[in-house]
Design a protein around this ligand. Structure first.
Ligand SMILES: [Fe+2]
Length: 318
C-alpha cells in the first residue's frame, strides 16, 4: 500500500495510561477540577472518561513510584487495518506483539516506538452507555455534562519526548500512515513533528528531549473546544493551587488555544481551548517552521513558554 492508501488506517487517539506517585491528588485533579467521570476501578488503577469520550475510558490512572506514561492507545479504522498495521510493525523489527485483557478494549497489538514509548492499536472497543439518568438529550453526547469543575469533553492529543525525533516520526508515518502536518527544525536537527491521520491538526506530537532521555512524555491534552474555558480553568487552577506553566494563549504551530498546568502527580496537562487548524486537503504540504519563528510557533499572543520548564521537563522527571 502507498502512503496515500494507508493514511486513514489510524482513526484517532483513544486513550492513555498515566502512572502517578500521588493517585489521590491526580484523581482529584481529573475528577473534581476537570470533571472526568470514574467508570471503573481495578487494583491500583482507576479508569476515567470525559463526557464526550465514546469508550469506557480515555484515561487510566495507575498508582506507581514515579510519574510516567505507561502506554497510549489508538483506534484503527477497521479490523483489516489492525491486521495490516500489526503485520507491518512486526516486520519492522520494533518490539511488539498481540495482547488481550485490557478493560474496555479487545484484541490489541502493542509496540514500542524507537524511543521506547509503548503504543497500542485497537479495533475492538466497548462503547460507553450511560445509565438512563445520565443520558444526554444531545444524541451525539454519550453522557450528560457533569456539574463539577470546568469539565473537559474528551482526550485530545499526546506530546511525546524523544532523544531523536526523526525515527519516531518515521515510524508513525511509514508504518501507521500518519501524516506530519507541521514540524520544527533547527538547522539539520528535527526539533519536533506534529502528526495526524484525520481532520485534526495533530493527535500526536514528538519533540526533542532537552535532557536527551528516552521514552518520556511531554504532555497529555484534553479538549474543551471553547477558548473561554481556558480562562475559566486558569482561574480555577489559580484558586486551587494547581501550578500553571503557561497560557492561556494560542500556538502559531497547530493554531491551538493552550493552557499548560501540572497535575499533583507531576504530569504536564494541556487544556485545548479549540481544535486549532483543521486540515481538509488530501495533498497538503508539510509546513516546516524554523527557530527564527519560535515566538510565533509557541505563542502568538506573546505569553511565552518558560525555558526552564517547558523545554526540559517531562515525565518521568530526570
Ligand atoms: Fe499540545
Amino acid at each position: 500500500m502507498t502512503l496515500y492508501e494507508i493514511k486513514h488506517e489510524i482513526a484517532h487517539l483513544a486513550s492513555a495510561e498515566l502512572q502517578t506517585p500521588d493517585p489521590e491528588g491526580t484523581l482529584w485533579f481529573f475528577k473534581e477540577l476537570l470533571g472526568m467521570y470514574e467508570t471503573h476501578r481495578s487494583g491500583a488503577s482507576v479508569y476515567l472518561r470525559g463526557y464526550e469520550d465514546p469508550y469506557l475510558w480515555s484515561l487510566k490512572v495507575t498508582e506507581g513510584p514515579v510519574a510516567k506514561m505507561v502506554h497510549a492507545g489508538m483506534r484503527v479504522s477497521s479490523p483489516e487495518a489492525l491486521e495490516r498495521r500489526a503485520a507491518v510493525l512486526a516486520e519492522s523489527g520494533l518490539p511488539g506483539g498481540w495482547m488481550d485483557g485490557e478493560f474496555g478494549y479487545g484484541h490489541t497489538y502493542w509496540f514500542h516506538t524507537p524511543d521506547g514509548h509503548e503504543m497500542r492499536l485497537h479495533w475492538e472497543v466497548e462503547h460507553y452507555h450511560a445509565h438512563p439518568t445520565m443520558q444526554s438529550k444531545i444524541l451525539t453526547r454519550p453522557s450528560k455534562k457533569p456539574l463539577q469543575g470546568i469539565p473537559v469533553k474528551r482526550i485530545d492529543h499526546l506530546n511525546l519526548l524523544a532523544a531523536d525525533v526523526t525515527p519516531v516520526k518515521e515510524t508513525f508515518e511509514q508504518h501507521l500512515g500518519m501524516q506530519t502536518r507541521e514540524r520544527l527544525v533547527d538547522g539539520p536537527v528535527e526539533h519536533g513533528a506534529w502528526l495526524s491521520s484525520n481532520l485534526l491538526a495533530h493527535e500526536l506530537a514528538i519533540m526533542r528531549d532537552g535532557h536527551g532521555a528516552r521514552g518520556r512524555m511531554h504532555h497529555i491534552a484534553f479538549f474543551y473546544g471553547v477558548q473561554q474555558h481556558n480562562f475559566d480553568a486558569a482561574e480555577m487552577f489559580r484558586d486551587y493551587n494547581v501550578m500553571i506553566e503557561a497560557g492561556p494563549d494560542r500556538h502559531g504551530l497547530t493554531q491551538g488555544a493552550f493552557l499548560y498546568v501540572f497535575e499533583p502527580g507531576g504530569h504536564r496537562v494541556e487544556l485545548f481551548g479549540d481544535p486549532g487548524i483543521l486540515e481538509r486537503e488530501p495533498d497538503f504540504d508539510t509546513k516546516t517552521w524554523t527557530m527564527e519563528d519560535i515566538d510565533t510557533v509557541t505563542a502568538i499572543g506573546g505569553a511565552g513558554l518558560p525555558r526552564e520548564t517547558y523545554f526540559t521537563y517531562g515525565t518521568p522527571p530526570v
